[in-house]
Ligand binder design. Structure first.
Ligand SMILES: *[C@@H]1O[C@H](CO)[C@@H](O)[C@H](O)[C@H]1NC(C)=O
Ligand SMILES: *[C@@H]1O[C@H](CO)[C@@H](O)[C@H](O)[C@H]1NC(C)=O
Length: 190
């Protein structure tokens, strides 16, 4: 008999606990109707543009902010270097062609075996229905591979809930001053 009442007590206190957890001011997470957030009509988009990294001249688009001590690790991969970028994204390889977005972010050389960058960038769109929306890319870029791939990890505005990937191909590269022109093909579900 005593055992039973202890069990009853335990069960009712658990029930009470759940009841108190569910009280209105304690709810911080809840299910939503996906339709209300346009998730039932996801679309797949493809963008192709050219990414310009320019270190010299009047209008550089990249700045080295951390230059590791020469030969600190013995690696010849620029290991530890950090660059901040605000690179135009243009519809054709020529920098004078129409700029549709900018790539703002940073990258750092994170491999001691080959030149491979950790890149973190927001693509800020500047025109049409995409104006003001962003796509965020974060990934590994082994720059001397013919094709590299980095994940699209999210977005804002028209790109809320975005996921996808970017494919990179080098259009031109000047190893002396590290100026680069890279073709980006971005596939994004949003
Ligand atoms: C750089 O480091 C490597 C590995 O420690 C060493 O073999 C090489 O001699 C160093 N080079 C210079 C210029 O100090
Ligand atoms: C993009 O949006 C900005 C800010 O709202 C506006 O100033 C600009 O004119 C727009 N650009 C285009 C091409 O629509």
């Amino acid at each position: 008999m005593e055992k039973l009442s202890i069990t009853t007590l335990a069960v009712s206190s658990v029930v009470l606990m759940f009841l108190s957890v569910a009280s209105a001011e304690e709810i911080y997470g809840r299910r939503l109707d996906a339709k209300a957030y346009s998730l039932e009509k996801q679309r797949l988009s493809h963008f192709r543009f050219y990414w310009h990294e320019i270190h010299n001249g009047k209008n550089p688009t990249a700045m080295t902010v951390v230059q590791p001590p020469l030969n600190a690790t013995g690696a010849s991969t620029g290991f530890g270097i950090v660059d901040i970028i605000d690179s135009p994204l243009t519809i054709a390889p020529e920098i004078s062609s129409r700029m549709v977005a900018r790539a703002q972010g940073l990258y750092t050389s994170t491999s001691q075996e080959e030149v491979a960058l950790l890149m973190v960038m927001n693509f800020v769109f500047l025109e049409g229905e995409y104006n003001g929306s962003t796509i965020t890319v974060m990934g590994r870029n082994p720059v001397f591979h013919e094709v590299r791939e980095m994940p699209v990890v999210g977005g804002s505005g028209l790109f809320r809930f975005a996921q996808g990937y970017a494919e990179l191909r080098t259009h031109s590269f000047d190893p002396k001053i590290r100026n680069a022109n890279i073709e980006y093909n971005v596939f994004v579900m949003h």
